[in-house]
Structures are given as C-alpha cells and as structure tokens.
Write a protein that binds this ligand. Structure first.
Ligand code: ADP
Length: 611
C-alpha cells in the first residue's frame, strides 16, 4: 500500500534528484569551461613564447652580422653563435608543440629559411675576409631579405597562435554563455517543477484535512448528513472512511436520541399540563419559559401571552420574588418561614390562597439555570382550618363552664363527703378528680391555642431581665422536680441584657418546657436552664438528660397533638409545644430542639434584646 509518508518522501526525493541533476550539470559545464581555458594557455602560450624568442634571437643575429661587417668579427661571430643556439632551441620547442593546422608548414619553412640563412652567413663571412667591399652588397642582397623572411615567418607563427588563442577564448566564452543558459534553463524548469510539486503535495495533504475540518464543523453544528470524499488508499483516506462511519453512527444515535427526547418532552409537557397544581418555570433572567393551564388560570392569563415575560408581570409578589432570586443564586430551595410561602390572589370579593414551593432545577450532576414554582391551592384547607379552630374555640368555651362546675362539685365532695365514702367510692372520686383536672388543662390549652391562632392573643411587651423570667419559671417547677428527685440548675448569667417580652407568656413557655423536661426525665436526672447572648438575641435553653426525641419526630414536634411515643399521650395534651412556638413567634423569636433519643433534649428559643 502506498502510504501517505511514502508519498511525501517520493515527492521530496524527486525534487532532490532534480537539484542533483542541476548541480551535476553545472559542475560538468564549469569543468568543460576550465578545460577549454587550460588548453588555450597550454597549446598556444608555448608557441607564442617560442615565436617571440626566435624573433628576438634572429634580430640579435642580424645585429651580430652587422657587427662582423663593421670589423668586429670575433665579437659578432660569438654573439651570432650564441643566438643561433637560442633560435634552434626555441625552434625545437615550437616543433614539439605543433597543435594548429598550418603550423607545421610554417615551421618547416622557417627551418629551411634559417638553414639557408646560416649557410649564407658562413659564405658572407668568407667573402668579408677576402673582399670586404662586396660583402656589404651581399648582405643587402642575400642576408637581409633572408633575415626579414625568417622574422616575418616567426611573426606569422606568433599571429597564427594569437588567432587560435583568440578563437579558443571565444569558444570558452561561448561555452560559458551556454553553461549559464543551460543551468538557468534547467534550474528554472526544476524550480517550476518543485513549486508545482510542492503546491500539488500541499493540496494533496491539505485537501482531505480541510474536507475533514469542514465536515467536523458541520457535525459540531448538528448536521449529520455530511460525508467526506474517499479517494486513494493512504492514511488520510483511512481517516476519512472512519470519519464517515463515525458520522453515520452519530447520526443514528442522534436520531434515536432526538426521538427519545421528543417523546420524553411530550410526556413531561403532558404531565405538567395534567397536574392540577399550578406549575411555572422561570429561567435565570426571570423570564417565564413554561406554565401549565392551571397556573395560567390562577394568574388569570393565557399561557401563550405569558411566555418569555418577566415573572413579576404575572406574579406581583415582591416577597416571593425575593425567595425566587435567592433560589436561583444558591441553586437550593429557599428557607421560607411558615406563612411566607403563601400567595394570596384577590379576584373581586374572593381571595384564594396558594402554597408556593420554589425548586431550583437540577440534574443529579449539575444545576440547570432556572426555577420551578409549584402553586398548591390551599384556600379550602385554610377555610377548613379556620372552621376547625372556630369549632375548637367554641367547644372549649362551651366546655369550660360545665367543667368548672364539675370541678367545684368534685372538689366539694372530696372535702366534705370523703369521710362518708367507702374506699372504693373514694378511689372512684379521686379518678374523677384527676380526669377533671386533665380535661380542664386540655380545654385551657385548646382555648389558648385557638386564641393565638385566631390572632387574638394579647401581648404586653416590656423590657425584662432573662434571669428574672427564669427564676419565676424555676420556682413554679421546683416542687415537681424535687418530688421526682431531679436536680434542677440555673445557668443564666445575671448580666444578660434585658429582652423585650411579655413576662407572663415567656414564663408560661419556660414552665411548659421545664414541665416537659421533668415529665420525660427519669428520677435522679438533671435539668439545666441556660442562657447566653448571641448577637442581638438572647438564647434561653432547657437542657435535660431524659429520654430524648427520635430524629424522625423532631421536625414535627412543634405541631399540634404530636407525641414522640404513643405512650406519651398519657402525659399531656400534645399542645404545649405548639402553644410555646406560637408565643415565641409572636415575640419575633424562633424555637427549636436538639435531641438524641435516649440521651436527652435541649429546647432553645430566642428573644430580641430590648432596644
Ligand atoms: P405534652 O403535653 O404531651 O407534653 P407537648 O407539646 O409539650 O405536649 O410535647 C409534645 C411531645 O414532645 C410530648 O408528647 C413528648 O413526646 C415530646 N417531648 C416534649 N418535651 C420533651 C422532652 N424534654 N424530652 C422528651 N420528649 C419530649
């Protein structure tokens, strides 16, 4: 298989080969040029040098001849012979270096003329010795023309070599021009081939990559109908094939998911629509993104009119909007006190009440920016509650008068007729007395609670020392605690700041908590009344080491008629803590319990420090 790597290597190998060819050609041409220049020097320089030297020698010989004719025979002859040797030496060298056509003929000619010149000169010497006057004539007629002919032949030889040299130089020039031209041509062609190849290669590499990139972009945008063209058999083609396969699988998966999501969405919409509570969904900009017909009915709007509208345009309740903001910011349901989660909507004469739950949207792994508001119609429940309270109040009221009479009668009987009764009758009378006491306590509690719930509890606030309240409560309960053998301690500092409270009601709360502690603590147990200042609140706590309250009952312990154990029902009405809570609430305080079953309980409530 031709791999992608091989393709690149092959391409660059071809380019390298081209560069090597161009370089080799350049080297060959430069060598040829060098050799041409060398031959010019080698071939012709020696011949020119020989010709020049021969001219030199023959000219000196001519001067030596004239010296002989002037009478200096010995001197002239010596110089003549000396130059003869030189001439013959150079002639020999010139003959050894015959390279040009015609050069041989010239040299042959020269040799012949020179031989003649030498013999004619011997003749001239002889003539000079015999007849000096004729010798001068002979010189002019024979020797001088011969000398000139020799010199001209030498000059011819030199010129011939000069011309050859010139021609060779021209040839070298031509070769160099040719070399430049062919190197440029082949170099240029190579550059074009390499550029074309590089473009082709980059295109070859980048095209599939670009196609892949564009396809990936489409897929990222949710378009799964893209396919990358598959051509060739290299790694990129393999990648393209795998990519196409992956996109196909993604498309199948996506289609399947879309179908499922649409089905789920319809299901959820159907559920939301069919719920008979109002449901309203708000995004992180407080714009309504969904609301069911019930919610639209509650707010008296059309669902399509409210979508994308600000929640405050529909639900004009600043307090609930504040909680909604809190839920969006924290991702947690807001902490709403009792009553704060009620939305009252007035339509004409009628008022309807809805309990609002604010639930931030979240998956198991993350919080989705948005909140769901659930509106539960509690108008009927409230009405029932009111009727019930009214009934309890009326019944308790009606029961109180006959109970007082019965109580008085039983009391009288116990005091006056006790001695006349049998033991059995006296036991019955005691049971009757106990029952009347409990009934009176229950009726009183019921009456108190109904009064508080109906908002008819009257409070007389005044600044008061917490330790004073605690002393009062302790003095009431001390007898009971002592009777049961329970140790009672006061741990409320004297220097706590005064609180704003109705002393009677708070003493009532403290007595109730202490009475419970005594009731649910075994003999030999301990009860402590503690107090501390936290910020602008005084915390008062009743701590016991009694039976404690199970964890699952603790959140409901302040509700009416709740007992941690069924057997506890024998002890009290189950209204004490409910009344305590209402009283503390009326003081703008809070009450809570910390308890571990079997180890004891701590009931704590707060009171505001007096301004
Ligand atoms: P009751 O009159 O029955 O005491 P309360 O409202 O005062 O009514 O108390 C409700 C229930 O809370 C009790 O029945 C009891 O089960 C539990 N309880 C209250 N105080 C204590 C305490 N200190 N230790 C254990 N349980 C307690």
């Amino acid at each position: 298989m031709r791999t992608f790597r091989k393709k690149i290597l092959l391409g660059y190998g071809a380019s390298l080969l081209l560069i090597i060819v161009v370089l080799s050609l350049a080297v060959v041409l430069i060598l040829r040029l060098g050799r041409a220049s060398e031959s010019i020097l080698q071939e012709n320089y020696r011949s020119i040098q020989a010709a020049e030297n021969m001219i030199d020698a023959v000219e000196r010989q001519d001067s030596a001849t004239l010296l002989i004719l002037l009478g200096y025979e010995r001197q002239g002859t010596a110089e003549f012979r000396e130059n003869e040797t030189l001439f013959l030496q150079w002639l020999g060298r010139a003959k050894d270096n015959i390279t040009i056509p015609g050069e041989k003929e010239i040299l042959d000619n020269l040799e012949k003329s020179y031989t003649r010149y030498l013999s004619e000169l011997s003749n001239l010497q002889l003539l000079y010795r015999s007849e000096p006057a004729r010798a001068t004539n002979a010189y002019h007629e024979v020797i001088l023309p011969l000398f000139r002919s020799i010199r001209d032949t030498c000059i011819k030889l030199r010129d011939l070599n000069h011309e050859t040299m010139y021609a060779a130089s021209n040839r070298a020039n031509k070769i160099s021009v040719q070399a430049v031209f062919s190197i440029s041509l082949i170099g240029g062609v190579s550059v074009i081939i390499i550029i074309v190849f590089s473009l082709f290669l980059s295109h070859l590499i980048s095209r599939p990559v670009t196609e892949l990139k564009e396809a990936a972009l489409h897929v990222a945008q949710g378009n799964y109908d893209v396919q990358v063209p598959v051509r060739g058999s290299d790694e990129l083609t393999l990648l393209a094939t795998q990519f196409n396969l992956m996109v196909e699988k993604l498309k199948q998966f996506h289609d399947m998911n879309i179908g499922r999501i649409i089905a789920e969405k319809r299901k959820s919409e159907a559920i939301i629509r069919s719920v008979d509570n109002g449901i309203l969904v708000v995004d992180d900009n407080f714009l309504i993104t969904n609301l069911n017909p019930e919610a639209a009915k509650i707010f008296g709007v059309l669902p399509e009119d409210t979508l994308e509208k600000h929640i405050l345009e529909v639900m004009r309740d600043e307090k609930l909007f504040h909680f909604l903001k809190e839920a969006l910011a924290s991702g947690q349901p807001p902490q709403m006190e009792e009553g704060e989660d009620i939305l009252t909507i007035k339509t004409g004469e009628e008022s309807r009440h809805y309990q609002v739950s604010i639930v931030p949207m979240r998956t198991p792994s993350r919080v989705i920016p948005g909140v769901v508001l659930l509106l539960r119609d509690i108008t009927r429940l409230r009405e029932l509650d009111r009727l019930k309270s009214e009934f309890v109040m009326t019944a308790s009221h009606e029961l109180r008068t006959p109970l007082t009479s019965i109580n008085m009668a039983v009391k009288l009987l116990r005091e006056s007729a006790a001695t006349k009764l049998t033991d059995q009758e006296r036991a019955l009378l005691e049971a009757c007395h106990e029952g009347v006491q409990r009934l009176r306590a229950l009726v009183n509690d019921l009456l108190d609670l109904s009064t508080i719930e109906a908002g008819k509890l009257e409070l007389a606030f005044e600044p008061v020392q917490p330790s004073f309240l605690c002393d009062q409560a302790l003095s009431v309960i001390k007898g009971q605690a002592d009777a049961k053998g329970i140790e009672l301690t006061l741990g409320v500092p004297e220097d706590l700041p005064e609180v704003t409270a109705d002393p009677h009601k708070i003493v009532w709360v403290l007595v109730n908590l202490l009475a419970n502690a005594v009731r649910y603590t075994k003999a030999g147990g301990h009860i402590k009344l503690a107090g501390e200042l936290v910020g602008k609140q005084v915390y008062l706590s009743v701590i016991d080491d009694g039976q404690g309250i199970p964890l699952d009952v603790q959140p409901r312990i302040f509700d009416k008629f709740v007992h941690s154990k069924p057997s506890d029902g024998n002890g009290g009405s189950g209204l004490g803590l409910a009344i305590s809570k209402e009283i503390v609430k009326a003081h703008r305080g809070t009450i809570w319990v910390d308890s571990i079953a079997g180890q004891g309980s701590t009931f704590t409530f707060t009171l505001p420090v007096a301004a």
